[in-house]
Design a protein around this ligand. Sequence first.
Ligand code: GLA
Length: 405
Amino acid sequence: MEPEQPAQRFGAHPAALTASAPGRVNLIGEHTDYTGGLVLPMAIPFQTNVEIAHAADGMYTFHSAQFQESRVMPPSDQSPAAGNWSDYSVGVLRELQALGVRPEPFYLTVDGNVPLGSGLSSSASIEVATAMALLQHTGKHLPIPEIALLCQRAENVYVHSPCGIMDQFAITAATAGHALLLNTRDLTYQLLPMNTGELAGCVVVVVNSMVRHTVTAGSEYAQRRRELEAGQQVLRERFGVRDLGEATVEQLLACAGAMSAESLKRCRHVITENGRVREAAEAMTAGDAKRLGELMTAAHASERDDFECSVEEVDFLVDTAVQQAGCFGARLTGGGFGGCTVNLLLAGEADRFTAAIRQAYQERYGITAQTFVCEAAAGAVERAATAGSDVTAGTDVAAGRADQL
Ligand code: GLA
């Protein structure tokens, strides 16, 4: 049977709207985004594209161009997560419905090139692109933080993944040429130029280890989060801090006897990591590549030893990277248990660096690593503005409270 063409389903409304969202790489600030901490990610030039058109069949259809698969449902659908790509989009729909939005029937196609399951936020990219497309489709507007929070809720509630806010926020709000320093307690943020001083001569290189400990990644993340929150609770009770974002190592050590050894290590990672993010932002502002790189490498040691979210292959990539000429620093990026490293290096060394890393990794593990030299890309809102769409959340902040939808 011939595959059905989207145009056949669009019926009398063939015009399609599009929205696009990037992936992200986190420069520093890992596992700090669910206890009121700081993160410093940037958007990367991969993208999820979502096309949406009115459907004449009265249904909501989600179609993946990559998987050549569709999920079709009536507007009243209440089915649970299907365990595939569609859940991120359906979760966003559900959250919009929870706000009282009732989209007209649609045919929505998801396509893109964000590497899947690699710690570069392919899922948040689908969520944000879907949210932008559904908002256009319904003529509704939301400000940046509300879009990001809605997408995070979609992942927490529908997909049952207990992620923080970093990915959805960075993908929504990032600006080309900048990293985004986000305070995850109150969602205030600052855009830091990536080309100050020595940084003008540097590039960010992402290396994909191609390993993903999928069996443990989800459950280990949740486990780490529980251990961290248990430690945070002790600090709250003892010192009245709001969250780990304002706790100190001295306070933590004073409570050492009142929490598990795991909680102590997880909290130590997060408290010291918040300090490193602060310093990294200063280094970036001063254009000090050497200091920024040192902080990234120190962050990796803390992820490896205290948060225990690294794996052997990733440690090998980091150790190999920091021995290369022109490499200022390297670390595991994203949730961990496999995935990618992020490396800061002199632009002129990028080709030699990627060749050396790939060769060493191939020889050691027999795996071909993927490498990407990444510019800081535009977030979904900037892309929408550039494309002339009216879904420019930034211009609509005052009008766009979720409770006014
Ligand atoms: C994943 C989550 C984020 C964040 C990172 C770790 O990417 O989605 O919210 O917790 O892990 O920093």
